[in-house]
Design a protein around this ligand. Structure first.
Ligand code: ATP
Length: 238
């Protein structure tokens, strides 16, 4: 139900070999909200999202709708309604736009291929115009749209997105944020890690600041956007 805790983590820790990168992270994402995690390069944003997707082993508590998902493999988490947009887009370069979108559908036979494609192209008409083009030959912005379309194809209840604006033209970034906000407005829950703190704080309801693997500040995004500490550290030079 809207407002209930959809995703909750507490005391989460993770490491690459012996190097610990997350040091006891706790956060909550409420159903229907848009939450952002901001922080500098290397703060641990990507590592945290990988833990949430089951791509990096974590210790601590991690619950979706009150049930632990800590030991669930990535595909199990997708099956529970989590859509993931990884950093760096990761489309299949040799496959066409259409094939990239349909790759997701092979696991879920209840979805009609036509509906899946239709949904993607209505969100991003540009992809419809390029449906047979190899994904590797798309522009950076188009590849990011494709990564969005693929993650959204199965209509996830929680979208986890990593650094959506990196290296993209402002007009494309505007469109991607518009899509996330529209999804939130129709009830989808959003968790976005983003280095572009200005855009992220404008779009989100709540925010967490991550520094060296720890949450240092949390609160309403609009309040954080005017917090002098945040303005000085993350917003001044934008
Ligand atoms: P960025 O915005 O630059 O991606 P981030 O906040 O997402 O930064 P992470 O990518 O999670 O940060 O990195 C957190 C720490 O973990 C960094 O010190 C990084 O060097 C380290 N790290 C990330 N991936 C690995 C890896 N595969 N092996 C070893 N250390 C890693």
């Amino acid at each position: 139900m809207k407002g209930d805790i959809l995703l909750g983590i507490a005391g989460l820790e993770a490491a690459y070999g012996k190097i610990r990168v997350l040091h006891g992270i706790s956060l909550e994402v409420r159903e229907g909200s848009f939450v952002t995690i901001v922080g500098a390069n290397g703060a641990g944003k990507t590592s945290l999202l990988k833990c949430l997707m089951g791509l990096l082993r974590a210790k601590g508590e991690m619950k979706l709708r009150g049930k632990s998902i800590l030991y669930l493999p990535a595909h199990g988490r997708v099956g529970l309604g989590i859509g993931y947009i990884p950093e760096g887009r990761h489309v299949f370069p040799e496959l066409s736009v259409e094939e990239n979108i349909l790759v997701t559908a092979t696991r879920n036979r209840s979805v009609r291929r036509e509906d899946l494609l239709e949904r993607s192209y209505s969100l991003f008409p540009r992809l419809g115009e390029r449906r047979v083009q190899a994904a590797g030959s798309l522009s950076g912005g188009e590849q990011q749209m494709l990564a969005f379309a693929r993650a959204l194809a199965l209509d996830p209840s929680l979208v986890i997105a990593d650094e959506i604006s990196l290296g993209l033209a402002p007009i494309v970034v505007d469109r991607l944020f518009e899509v996330l906000i529209a999804l939130r407005d129709r009830g989808t829950t959003i968790l976005l890690a983003e280095q572009n703190a200005k855009r992220a704080l404008e779009a989100a309801d709540r925010a967490y600041v991550l520094e060296a693997g720890k949450v240092t500040i949390e609160g309403e995004a609009s309040r954080l956007a005017t917090d002098p500490k945040i303005v000085e550290a993350y917003l001044q030079n934008l």
